[in-house]
Design a protein around this ligand. Structure first.
Ligand SMILES: [Zn+2]
Length: 393
């Protein structure tokens, strides 16, 4: 077993990372260390495992056996408690220049073990332009043993100046068979369920796992996939849109509600609220109000992002549904992602033309673009459900 075992269907990337980790060990021992570099960009479609790959590489750099997978160091990196690995996870829609400067400052500290200091930056493309500039400076002039691992969906999501200074590791979409195999062997999911979850999520590992293990997730997907055949009147279109938007808001609430509460009470404790107030100086009280306001803004931004991601996931499920319809209309011999909704797929395939289906897929994609451009979700989704009902009008 090694730290790279968790990377499903990514043999080429793993070979590159193993080689670099070996070169890194050589460099630490005073050798040339050719093949090791201090700035990396991990890219690949959502769910392919960018962060897992970067994390495995971090473990391989810190573990004396280059990622054995069972020593304390490997374990600490995998659970996120190793002092030399900092994982940056932008919580909101963007990452500010202030946060980046603080990060760059921390990154310049020495490693506690005398090996590498690793900064793993998830969704690095969320850095604002000013933040990207601050990041660029840090990558241009890195302290000798600091390694930057940036993750973004594609190299094009990062500004050219940063991209050109990074070695790019590209992850591909893992095959359905590889994901199903991982679910059965590693998570003990029964074969039929594993096959279903892998097919339905089309190579998105985390989603496949959730779908296989969580009934609520399966129920939500079912409700999204039963939407197409429910669109028979304008009233139903409006209702369906409302339901989709509401479900994503519930998702965000469920994912963040508890976290928000504990963060806020933690911060209030730091600033002494809940005590009698005696002995608190005014400056501290003012500072507390500012910090709480800042935290609330961050929480709001995080909720917005989760709401958006959840809605986007529903739209991707819908797009996959219509792609299945198109495959049936063309009698293409491909795996259907919504095989479990076969009756609906067949019915819609018979009642419409391939041109209709293409227009419907366009409508879903247009809705995604509008949401990304901050159009009011209710309006964007309603426009989509109406186009799904009558693709030609
Ligand atoms: Zn190890």
């Amino acid at each position: 077993m090694t730290v790279f075992d968790d990377l499903v269907g990514q043999d080429r990337a793993v070979a590159v990372l193993r080689q670099a980790a070996a070169a890194g060990a050589e460099a630490l021992a005073g050798g040339p260390g050719t093949g090791m570099t201090h700035a990396w960009l991990f890219t690949g479609p959502p769910g392919a495992g960018r962060t897992s790959a970067a994390r495995a590489f971090a473990a391989a750099l810190l573990c004396p056996d280059q990622g054995c997978g069972h020593c304390d160091l490997c374990h600490q990196v995998s659970i996120g408690s190793h002092p030399d690995v900092e994982v940056v996870r932008p919580q909101g829609l963007s990452y500010s220049v202030k946060e980046t400067r603080e990060l760059v400052l921390r990154a310049s500290g020495a490693s506690t073990l005398g090996r590498w200091r690793v900064i793993l930056f998830e969704n690095a493309h969320r850095a604002t332009e000013a933040a990207a500039n601050a990041l660029l400076k840090a990558i241009e002039e890195p302290p000798p043993r600091t390694v930057w691992l940036l993750c973004s969906p594609s190299p094009d999501d990062m500004v050219t100046t940063i991209r050109s200074r990074c070695r790019v590791v590209t992850l591909g979409t893992p095959s359905t068979a590889a994901v199903a195999h991982m679910l059965t062997t590693r998570d003990g999911v029964p074969e039929i369920m594993a096959g279903f979850a892998a097919r339905a999520t089309q190579g998105h590992i985390a989603r496949a796992r959730r779908l296989a293990q969580d009934e609520e997730t399966r129920r939500r997907r079912d409700s999204v996939l039963s939407l197409p055949r429910s669109l028979t009147t304008l009233g139903h279109c409006v209702e369906a849109a409302e339901r989709l938007v509401k479900t994503s808001a519930e998702d965000a609430q469920e994912a963040t509600g508890h976290l928000n509460e504990s963060e806020t009470s933690e911060l209030r404790k730091i600033y002494g609220e809940g005590s009698t107030g005696k002995g608190l100086n005014k400056g501290l009280v003012r500072g507390g109000a500012g910090a709480i306001k800042e935290l609330e803004d961050r929480q709001k931004s995080r909720a917005t992002r989760i709401k958006r991601d959840s809605l986007d996931q529903a739209l991707l499920d819908l797009a996959a549904f219509y792609r299945d319809v198109l495959a049936i209309q063309f009698r293409a011999d491909v795996e259907l992602s919504a095989e479990d909704h076969r009756a609906d797929l067949d019915e819609i395939a018979v009642l419409s033309t391939p041109e209709d289906t293409l227009r419907r897929i366009d409508a879903v994609m247009l809705c995604r673009e509008r949401l990304a451009a901050n159009v009011n979700p209710q309006i964007a989704v309603e426009a989509m459900t109406v186009s799904l009902w009558r693709p030609r009008s």
